[in-house]
Write a protein that binds this ligand. Structure first.
Ligand code: ADP
Ligand code: MG
Length: 495
């Protein structure tokens, strides 16, 4: 294997007014290498690749491509140097076909001056077929999924003879099946000796696709590691700059007092759901997507009609009617899809945080502003929510901080049973660890937590007991001492 370098970025500096975004960052890329760039939100990853792509001008440092120093002053120069960037926001023209997008601005013409559509479509189809993609050159971008559009972007990059392709969080909004297709595509780029810079904060993907990984933290270069020679724990420790022995901080519960007993609960979507929830325990709900975990909780919370079964709460029979009554009884449910169900993106942090505690039952305009400020201060401190002020719109916060506001808004209702549906999905490792700490604290105070999670390490480390669901019903319950990934998966895939 040749060790000559395709790309070297050395000691790159970039300052924005008030923000020192890159403080001497290094990155190198070999031919045919997938080099992952890892770091928490705000670490400077996007800024680094925008410097490479000619979108930002660097304030210092050096870039070499195939050994030669280059100055990249704009997007055209980046392209001329063989660099293509696939940004998080895709930029294809929706009303044009795949072929028209790929040849946009450089359409082949016939002798009579008209665009040679046949040649455009044939050449495009050939590349699509080479990649084994089931797409047609004449397909309209409008009709494609996000994942397919991403593939078109990759094909477009290849058609420009790019040597370096950068993908900024390509899997953040696509399904597992599409991730497989993307990885296949990346492997075929590797065979063509193209170098790939891959930005993602999904640790589990690294071992599947990346050769090396460079970690950044607060605009600084931390370290470059060979993926096969490192571990997730080590990478997390490098990302957050502290040891992760306390990553899942958990004091297991020993309480035997059942606060909730659910017996043979049925709804249109789940059947025979029976389990006990003890005071101060974290009860994990594991299973595959579609197993019915969220649906079971929706029935319990009064969002879905219960068709049979019974619920004992604090020793008394509980008749579930509406979510409002459940909240008053001491239940809280933090939904999975916080964008659509959890927040009012255009409203302030303060509004969102105090929404449930203060506004839920209010008709009319009166809100106790003193109480509102107290609650906001209390939870912003307790959950270390990072924001310029409590007046900023919640939509402008990072995913982790949004999630903390949503959790706070439910905590402010002082629940005794807190249901969290995928509480750490889509947020970075630092915020994850903080949410685990909060969950542990609540459990210690006697709050009972139901945590739905599709991440097995999270389920195994955080739960006192693990309930497994499959096809709308419960297939197993394990104590945390006996639960393993294998046992859970076995019961998640078949009854
Ligand atoms: P990452 O991609 O790792 O999440 P970014 O590169 O987007 O991080 O951001 C790094 C830092 O630079 C952040 O503090 C961010 O707020 C700041 N930043 C990024 N772009 C700009 C910009 N155009 N103007 C001012 N500050 C910016
Ligand atoms: Mg970014």
């Amino acid at each position: 294997m040749s060790d000559s370098l395709l790309l070297e970025m050395k000691n790159i500096h970039k300052k924005f007014p008030g923000v020192y975004a890159l403080k001497g960052v290094n990155l190198e890329l070999r031919y045919g290498e997938v080099h992952a760039l890892l770091g928490e939100n705000g670490a400077g990853k996007s800024t680094l690749i925008k410097v490479l792509g000619g979108i930002y001008k660097k304030d210092g440092g050096e870039i070499r491509i195939e050994g030669k120093p280059v100055e990249i002053r704009g997007v055209t120069e980046a392209r001329a140097n063989g660099i293509s960037i696939i940004h998080q926001e895709l930029v294809l023209v929706p009303s044009l076909s795949v072929a028209e997008n790929i040849f946009l601005g450089r359409e082949p013409v016939l002798a009579n001056g008209l665009v040679d559509f046949d040649r455009m479509e044939n050449e495009t189809q050939r590349v699509l077929d080479d990649f084994g993609l089931s797409l047609h050159a004449a397909d309209m971008i409008n009709d494609l999924t996000i994942a397919q559009q991403q593939m078109v972007e990759i094909v477009k990059a290849v058609s420009f003879n790019s040597k370096i392709i950068v993908m900024d969080e390509p899997t953040s909004s696509i399904s597992d099946k599409d991730v497989d297709a993307l990885f296949k595509c990346i492997r075929s780029l590797k065979e063509q000796k193209i170098g790939i810079i891959y930005i993602s904060h999904r640790m589990s993907e690294l071992s599947q696709i990346a050769d090396r990984v460079t970690v950044m933290r607060d605009g600084e270069y931390v370290e470059t590691k060979v993926v096969a020679e490192t571990t997730n724990d080590e990478l997390i420790a490098l990302m957050v700059g502290r040891s992760m022995t306390n990553y899942y901080s958990r004091t297991y519960s020993t309480s035997e007092e059942a606060i909730l007993k659910v017996e043979r609960l049925c709804s249109a979507k789940v059947h025979d759901i029976s389990f006990e929830l003890k005071k101060g325990e974290i009860l994990g709900f594991a299973g595959l997507i579609g197993a019915g975990r969220s649906e079971a909780m929706q029935a319990l919370f009064g969002l879905d009609k219960i068709t049979a079964g019974s619920i004992q709460y604090c020793g008394k029979e509980l008749k579930v009617k509406t979510p409002e009554q459940m909240i008053q009884a001491g239940f809280a449910l933090v939904p999975e899809n916080r964008r659509d169900e959890g927040i009012f993106a255009a409203h302030s942090l303060k509004f969102n945080l105090t929404l449930k505690a203060l506004r839920q039952f209010i008709r009319g305009a009166y809100v106790d502003t003193k109480r509102e400020n107290e609650i906001t201060d209390e939870y912003m401190k307790a959950l270390s929510i990072k924001a310029a002020s409590d007046q900023v719109t919640i939509g402008s916060l990072s995913g982790g901080n949004q999630q903390k506001v949503v959790i706070s808004s439910w905590l402010a209702t002082h629940p005794r049973v807190l249901i969290l549906d995928e509480p750490t999905r889509g947020i970075d490792v630092g915020a994850k660890s903080e949410i685990y700490t909060i969950m542990n604290e609540l459990a210690k105070q006697g709050v009972s937590i139901i945590m739905i999670s599709s991440e097995l390490p999270e389920v195994l480390n955080m739960s006192d007991r693990v309930v497994v669901m499959s096809e709308g019903t419960i297939t197993a319950v394990f104590d945390h001492m006996e639960a393993t990934q294998e046992k859970i998966m076995q019961r998640a895939v078949n009854n």
